[in-house]
Design a protein around this ligand. Sequence first.
Ligand code: ADP
Ligand code: GLC
Length: 490
Amino acid sequence: MPKLNILIAASEVVPFAKTGGLADVAGALPKALRALGHDVRIVMPRYYIVDREKYGLELMDGELGVPMGVMGEMWAGVYEGRLPSTEVPIYFIDHEGYFGRSGLYDDNGEGFRDNDNRFIFFSRSVMQLAKKLQFHPDVIHANDWHTSAIPMMLNTIYAYDPAFAHTGSLLTIHNLQHQGKFYKGVMDILGIGWDHFYELEEHGGVNLLKGGITHADAISTVSSKYAQEIRTQEFGWGLEGLIDINSYKLHGILNGVDYEEWSPAVDTLIPHTFDSDDMSGKGLCKSALQQTFNVPQRAEIPLIGLVGRLVEQKGIELIATSIHRLLELDIQIVMLGAGEKWAEHYFSDIARMYPDKFGCFIGYRNDLAHQIEAGSDLFLMPSLFEPCGLNQIYSLRYGTLPIVRATGGLDDTIENYHNDGEHGTGFKFYDATPDALINTVGWAVHTWYNDRDGFVQMQRNAMSQRYDWNGAAREYESLYRRIVHGRKGE
Ligand code: ADP
Ligand code: GLC
């Protein structure tokens, strides 16, 4: 099979800039594709926080001209680097006015007012860069609304450009909640022509994700369950009809995880390593974690971890309304997260009210995320929706049994406890209600105290699961080939 030229455009990539799982995916998938022999390259914005010196980024010669419709031609610098410990090239679009500020998408929760221009500029830069590099992609792989303009541009502005004569597009939806909705004047900057307005029109404005879904040769989501869910009103955020019509080109490919980063036997960020043959290190990690959060160092009490963005999606309201009843159980909970201000204050107050039972760190800390995965016995993830979710997959590897709501990737990756002492990797509930959450935590805690053999067996089951990137990359590879094949058959 011939190798493919793949250009991946993403608004965040590990380790350069990250707010959530998209960055993990955009940093790991290219590595796995490269290992399969493809020429894969990545483009992302050069945010202020991208550390040029640390990663040895070099400024390429010459500026990139980026047409911005009625705003005229603008200019971008381009830095070039490599994904750490790989040969995968990554390019950074540099524009002081658009990206030289703290925050990727917002400042303290307030979305930047020029996010439309910022990401249209970025999308157009990706196209212009491919031309400048004379890199002729077989597929441009766009991700979420930020780069949804790319499939539209490919089919319009660049439709007859020989540089893209054989280029198809894939749009991966990591989270349908965010769609890039702006006023219609954006059409004058996007440059695809007003005759295409209806393809991205919504309530008189533009919806970039809508346009991307319409124009991409294929669309994908990050789990099969989520691919089904987004065709329904409950999960479609108003786009369910459009997605349903386009379901012939919709695919679900579950994310992998990077086990070089997230394995208890090799993790350099946890105080004691361990594996399923010798779990003694896990007990030591637990005790260290209890010390970090200043709760009593008790080995026999079940410790429940929580890591994530404190936003509605993650079920934080459910946790908030259940927390007093949960803390009546003989358990400890440790939480790491940042997000909505009310939640940050609320959970900090809970920590002050229950100093022996609840520990909370508000902020973003990768090392602490690893330590929570390693030191906890259970991991709580009661999301209202979850396109894939990575933390529950990390938890499995660390023998930390996930308690999840059965939605999206959570449902696809966790096998429910069977009460037969043999099966199961976690505990699931279905209704997004405090009662369902509390009952299921209660059930997990009961198992911990009364069926220790069953609990240990589940830990073994969990630790033997593998969601590596090699498998996911092969699925993307065959999807890319379908796209190429489909384009040729036009
Ligand atoms: P989402 O992308 O919706 O936030 P995922 O589960 O896919 O959810 O990915 C979240 C990623 O971000 C994980 O790698 C997780 O460890 C990390 N993360 C989230 N919040 C924090 C935080 N406060 N500190 C450190 N890491 C965090
Ligand atoms: C999104 C989703 C999350 C998914 C991640 C990576 O942020 O919320 O479920 O794991 O993207 O695909």
